[in-house]
Design a protein around this ligand. Structure first.
Ligand SMILES: NC(=O)c1ccc[n+]([C@@H]2O[C@H](COP(=O)([O-])OP(=O)(O)OC[C@H]3O[C@@H](n4cnc5c(N)ncnc54)[C@H](O)[C@@H]3O)[C@@H](O)[C@H]2O)c1
Length: 455
């Protein structure tokens, strides 16, 4: 029975290891973390992250072949294969601050592996890392004085929060990169054998280490670029009476373009897109490619422009002032079906509205706790509401920030009746039926479409 260890019990390590344990009963899977509270939550009925389907998978395996623990030393000693899934945020200090990846957590992990290991291991990079990190990992790990050998494998994770379990159960592809040596190829096969328990072989792609590391950054950059491309055109649609939904539906029919990820919105969020593009931008600068760096940086600038534009539109529509007006914020998570608010555009929108002295009432089905932490230091009048009807009562405007399906089920006639008039609805996700909302009485401002107003 092989033993798998994962260091880092976050949004990636937690669900990924649960699915591996579920699909591979012949492996023992242990997930460790330095965060005791997080591990305690993984061992409780109240898991530390919300993800549809996650509870069931964890309940099926926990205590059988899936364990969450803080005993990192024991985990390392016993493991044959170690996945490293620690956070790799953007550096906030020193050289490359604001762009480069902060690799201190990764390096600390490598150092604890050599401190506690007493046999050769395969170490799998699951975290998203700058290309060529495996070389640094290898050098640190081989600085051990006991002659231990480590094979470094890159196996980036492509799950999306909100659909993580489905993405893990039915991945478009699993990518495994290793050294082009005999030992490197053997290690690739060991890791591929795990996934082969449930993923068809043709979807398990093997490459050299550097292609695998770089592919993850490129995949996120390309996805974010689609969002920014569509959002840039949404601004033009609002000026020209073109309708972004019609434009993207027609453009997306071209099989070379494809229909997915062409939705206009207040912008992308999440812990990865911005950080990974910044990482790519930094790498391009480091390798002397300033034009390439500038090209990708524009994707982030467009994303920031979109949330500023959203607030500017709100102000203009509401007679150039929101001071002392109550604005109901519907949704705070960076997307639906997650409680994660990291880099959520709602953070920036709320902060801008607070600067304009608006009073905010925030509702989100899963992200209220994180919203409180995100706005902890923000000055102004903010309340947090479990009940959406409470959030909108007496509000001058509603701003939809997250595409929660449950928002579509709300009684908008009741909501309209409880609001100040004229009632404004700014739909940052084009979630609601603009015609129906207009019929109820709202002045409706979707993204990339003509506003529907009663003025
Ligand atoms: N969140 C996503 O959707 C997603 C998707 C694909 C890839 N990734 C990548 O996966 C990596 C992890 O992301 P995440 O969202 O799971 O982060 P996270 O912050 O939720 O989890 C990381 C965990 O690692 C732990 N940790 C840090 N240093 C440690 C150490 N020395 N020993 C033990 N534990 C340690 C932290 O306590 C934390 O719980 C990142 O590189 C990210 O870019 C994330």
């Amino acid at each position: 029975m092989k033993k798998i260890l994962c260091i880092g019990a976050g949004y990636v390590g937690g669900p990924t290891m649960a699915v591996i344990a579920d699909r591979c009963p012949q492996y023992t899977v242990t997930v460790v973390d330095i965060n005791e509270k997080r591990i305690a939550a993984w061992n409780s009925d109240d898991l530390p992250i919300y993800e549809p389907g996650l509870d069931e998978v964890v309940k099926r395996c926990r205590g059988k072949n899936l364990f969450y623990s803080t005993d990192i030393a024991k985990g390392i000693k016993e493991a044959d294969i170690i996945f490293v899934s620690v956070n790799t945020p953007t550096k906030t200090f020193g050289t490359g601050a604001g762009r480069a990846a902060d690799l201190q957590y990764l390096e600390k992990t490598a150092r604890s592996i050599i401190e506690h290991a007493d046999s050769d291991k395969i170490v799998v990079e699951k975290s998203t890392l700058p290309v060529r990190t495996a070389q640094a990992m290898s050098r640190i790990l081989h600085s051990n004085t006991r002659g231990l050998k480590f094979q470094i494998i890159s196996n980036p994770e492509f799950l999306a929060e909100g659909t993580a379990i489905n993405d893990l159960m039915n991945p478009d592809r699993v990518l495994i990169g290793g050294l082009e040596t005999e030992d490197g190829q053997k290690a690739i096969e060991e890791v591929a054998a795990i996934y082969a328990n449930w993923v068809p072989r043709e979807r398990i792609i093997t490459t050299n280490l550097w292609s695998s590391e770089l592919t993850k950054l490129v995949s996120n950059a390309l996805l974010a670029q689609r969002v920014s491309s569509v959002n840039s055109i949404s601004a033009l649609c609002e000026k020209t009476e073109a309708n972004i939904n019609e434009v993207t539906a027609a453009a997306g029919k071209d099989t070379r373009i494809g229909a997915k990820f062409l939705k206009a919105s207040i912008g992308f969020g999440g812990s990865c897109f911005k950080k990974d593009i910044l990482n790519l931008v930094y790498l391009c600068g480091y390798y002397g490619l300033p034009e390439v760096a500038e090209y990708w940086e524009q994707v982030i600038k467009m994303n920031e422009f979109q949330s500023r534009r959203f607030v500017a539109n709100m102000l203009a529509a509401m007679f150039n002032t929101v001071a002392d007006k109550k604005i109901a914020i519907l949704g705070f998570a960076f997307k639906a079906d997650t409680g994660d608010t990291r880099e959520s555009p709602a953070i920036s929108v709320c902060r801008q509205l607070l600067e304009e002295r608006a009073r905010l009432c925030i509702h989100d089905p899963k992200a209220l706790e994180n919203a409180r932490l995100d706005l902890e230091d923000a000055e102004g009048d903010i309340t947090y509401c479990e009940d959406p009807y409470e959030a909108v009562k007496g509000a001058h405007a509603i701003a939809v920030m997250t595409e929660w399906n449950s928002f579509k089920e709300l009684d908008f006639k009741r909501i309209y009746d409880s609001m100040e008039k004229p009632a404004f609805l700014f739909d940052g996700r084009n979630l609601l039926d603009a015609d129906a909302m207009y019929e109820i009485g709202f002045n409706v401002y979707p993204i990339g479409k003509k506003a529907k107003t009663h003025f």
